[in-house]
Design a protein around this ligand. Structure first.
Ligand SMILES: Nc1ncnc2c1ncn2[C@@H]1O[C@H](COP(=O)(O)OP(=O)(O)O)[C@@H](O)[C@H]1O
Ligand SMILES: [Mg+2]
Length: 380
């Protein structure tokens, strides 16, 4: 089912055109990676789709009764509630339903004392209808659902009672994401959702999104994450958007081919332009009315040609860091390292060697002691 479509979107900020001729459709259940260099207009597109920013021209069609949920790149959330209560708020309609069901139960038990009245029958009908809806919305499991999402995104049970205002920026972002996922909008717009997640939470989110019934558009620079989640790629480049019905790896392969073909077109065209220019120059050098006219008509054709822009290999920025001094083979040796803060034992019996040229990934859950280890190694 089609849930969203755009045709010919265009957006300009003062004089800078950011997006032009953007058209696409989104089907229910689509998982789409939106990619492009920084500043290419990805966030702007999301702002337009969410209705926060208005496009200059072009149409957006959103299927009736479809809810869009938007996780912004930088979230601000302020609240003196606890993390758990903040999540509960998302489920207010569900909580109201629960109350309503409780009220109906009371009425039913009162009415049933009078025997099989018509009123009892209609109360029972109402109850059946409402509890069916409640069940469909996972009304009996919402508490464990909240817990599951919070834990999945890296909160521990101890965190649940913490006040939102005292959280770090990263924690607030994770909470915003949790609330959005609990809301279950029909279309999720996620702007760099993995920025504040550790590996475990990224894995959890991958699974969650893969199983998500609605559609999701996800801006991300994380190719592994994209490969695990998306079935389509929207690539924004030079104001335009190209659509690939593929995961990230396939997209890269196809793009490489596209670039090669484009490069060949460009080179062919350049050669042709040069050839024409030479002919024109030759005609002109012959002199005379006839050759002048021939040169002119060829020049006109040349002027009308739609000249391709030079392909830029944006994927190939190469930066090298050369060390000032070349070290020996042993670079870092750590033996029996331990660290506690008061009663909290953070690191114990850590041993490792790093040799010249090695590139090592340091992984672990948030708060496990990775930064502390760096600080110790740096004598800070
Ligand atoms: N409110 C604004 N006013 C003027 N220029 C803006 C505004 N928002 C974004 N831009 C410009 O639009 C371009 C695209 O920005 P953005 O959509 O944030 O890119 P991305 O998310 O792909 O990194 C950038 O050049 C940015 O400076
Ligand atoms: Mg952005």
């Amino acid at each position: 089912m089609l849930v969203l479509s755009c045709s010919n979107l265009r957006k300009t900020y003062i004089v800078d055109t950011i997006l032009d001729g953007i058209s696409f459709t989104v089907e229910n259940g689509d998982k789409i990676g939106v990619i492009g260099l920084n500043g290419s207009g990805k966030t702007t597109l999301f702002n337009i789709l969410s209705g926060e920013v208005e496009q200059d021209s072009g149409e957006i069609y959103i299927q009736k009764d479809i809810k869009i949920g938007y996780l912004k790149q930088h979230t601000k959330i302020e609240s003196n509630k606890t993390i758990f209560d903040e999540c509960l708020e998302v489920l207010t309609p569900l909580l109201n339903m629960e109350k309503e069901l409780g009220g109906l139960e009371e009425k039913i038990s009162l009415e049933s004392q009078k025997g099989e009245t018509n009123k009892l029958k209609s109360l029972m009908d109402e109850y059946a209808h409402l509890s069916e809806k409640f069940l469909a919305l996972n009304g009996y499991g919402y508490k464990s659902e909240i817990k599951g999402v919070l834990k999945g995104l890296g909160f521990s049970e101890d965190d649940f009672d913490k006040e939102v205002n005292i959280l770090s920026g990263g924690q607030k972002s994770r909470l915003s994401l949790a609330k959005l996922l609990l809301e279950k909008p029909d279309i999720l717009l996620l702007d760099e959702p993995t920025n504040h997640l550790d590996i475990d939470a990224i894995g959890w989110l991958e699974k969650f999104l893969k199983e998500y019934k609605g559609a999701a558009l996800i801006i991300s620079h994380d190719r592994y994450f994209l490969d695990n989640v998306v079935n389509r790629i929207f690539h924004i480049e030079n104001l335009k958007m190209k659509i690939y019905n593929a995961n990230y790896t396939e997209f890269m392969a196809r793009r490489k081919k596209d670039l090669e073909i484009y490069k060949k077109h460009f080179e062919d065209q350049q050669r042709e332009i040069k050839r024409q220019e030479e002919i024109i120059a030759r005609f002109k050098s012959y002199g005379g009315e006839k050759y002048h006219r021939l040169a002119q008509s060829r020049q006109k054709l040349l002027d009308k040609m739609k000249v391709l822009t030079k392909p830029t290999d944006t994927m190939k920025a190469k930066i090298r860091f050369e060390p000032k001094i070349k070290s020996g083979r042993d670079v870092l040796k750590v033996e029996k390292l331990g660290k506690s803060f008061g009663d909290l034992k953070l690191l114990e019996d850590i041993n490792f060697n790093i040799y010249r040229g090695e590139k090592v990934g340091l992984i672990g859950a948030n708060g496990i002691g990775k930064t502390t280890l760096f600080k110790i190694v740096l004598n800070q």
